[in-house]
Design a protein around this ligand. Structure first.
Ligand code: SF4
Length: 357
């Protein structure tokens, strides 16, 4: 992993943004200021350990240096523009980026542990027909700072202390494997024990099935856990709702997942959205079990979250139970995701700029 946000030269007219820089970038930054390399570590600690968001808060630096940073270096994280709390305790946030683009993230507290859902792109190129973000098309990739910054901003907004365990899921806007270099640069910032210190095992990247990206991800160590948004058990139907399946069909996907290097005990999560009368037949359950048994996996059934204009309905509770029993009887580990944030359109496949805000 080598991506590093370039630090524009001081005096070039552009004030560089320190938010999102790793240690090498910060070292270049302090060298440009004529300061000791030691200051880079102090900046890093303030940015990622203390999560300070204004130069005036950097009390580990001299007043003179703080004033200089104020004049010459930006400290800009994604800012919360709007928040929509849900009755279930989760909150969907709309983040305003420096170029005026918006992305969304969701803060979901579950008992003592919180999960943050992150975006990796503005919009998405994958065009899944059930997904509100897919309707936007792709605008651009997020930078590492914009990805890690969603975490910094949400942790600060919800008053989380350092080292409070959180889970991160790349299930918001975008196909993370389409922006893998920046996602992995953000992953390095997020998991550094000297900084945000989030366990790599608590970070999950969900893909629509970009096989070349899956293969590349397998080469990183450490890396996030892998989840596949499967959603169909036949090529004909999967290709009709997820265009990526026309490039890599179910067989190609199963082979790529089988070849994905897993740690001991690690399993790939298969996410399967249940649409009444469309993907929730018992025959789907049998094909799903066959697919899941080809490599170490666990299946997460997701009863559909209705949203305006989707034209789909959620499955009956009875059918959800039948499918769980069928999968379990075939030796497949299965769970049912009760989507959070449903009433504010913050659940999987529903994130779109301005939706319901
Ligand atoms: S489901 Fe994911 S990959 Fe598909 S269009 Fe939506 S954001 Fe993109």
């Amino acid at each position: 992993m080598s991506w590093e946000q370039p630090a524009p030269e001081l005096g070039s007219g552009e004030r560089p943004n320190a938010a999102g820089m790793g240690l090498p970038g910060l070292k270049a930054l302090v060298a440009g200021l004529g300061e000791s390399p030691f200051r880079a570590g102090q900046l890093y600690q303030g940015l990622y350990r203390m999560r300070w968001t204004e130069w005036s808060a950097f009390t580990n630096l001299s007043k003179a240096l703080r004033s200089r940073l104020e004049r010459e270096v930006r400290l800009h994280w994604p800012a919360i523009q709007d928040s929509a709390p849900s009755q279930d305790g989760s909150t969907k946030h709309a983040f305003l980026l420096e170029d005026g683009a918006q992305v969304e993230g969701v803060h979901m507290p579950y008992g003592s542990r919180t999960t943050l859902c992150l975006s990796s792109q503005v919009g998405c190129a994958m065009g899944c027909t059930f997904c509100a973000t897919g309707l936007m098309g792709i605008k651009r990739n997020l930078t590492p700072g914009e990805i890690a910054g969603q975490v910094v901003t949400m942790l600060n907004a919800h008053g989380h202390g350092p080292d409070e365990g959180v889970n991160l899921v790349f299930m918001g806007m975008g196909e993370p494997l389409h922006n893998l270099d920046h996602v992995m640069a953000a992953f390095a910032l997020l998991t550094d024990p000297a900084g945000l210190n989030i366990s790599p095992r608590r970070i999950t990247l969900s893909t629509s099935g970009l096989v070349t990206g899956i293969q590349r991800l397998g080469g990183f160590k450490p890396r996030p856990r892998l989840a596949l948004s499967l959603n169909a058990t036949t090529d004909a139907y999967r290709s009709s709702i997820m265009p990526v399946n026309r490039a890599w069909n179910l067989e190609a996907l199963a082979r790529a997942l089988d070849a994905f290097p897993l740690e001991s005990g690690e399993r790939i999560t298969l996410e399967y959205v249940l649409l009444r009368g469309v993907t929730d037949a018992l025959e789907d359950g049998r094909r799903l079990a066959d697919f899941a048994r080809r490599f170490p996996s666990k299946v997460n059934l997701i009863p559909f979250n209705p949203h305006e204009g989707s034209g789909f309905e959620p499955p009956t509770e009875a059918r959800v139970g039948e499918l769980c029993a069928l999968l379990a009887s075939r030796g497949v580990t299965v769970s049912v995701r009760r989507s959070r944030g449903q009433d504010v359109a913050g659940a999987c496949g529903q994130l779109v700029k301005g939706a319901n805000l």
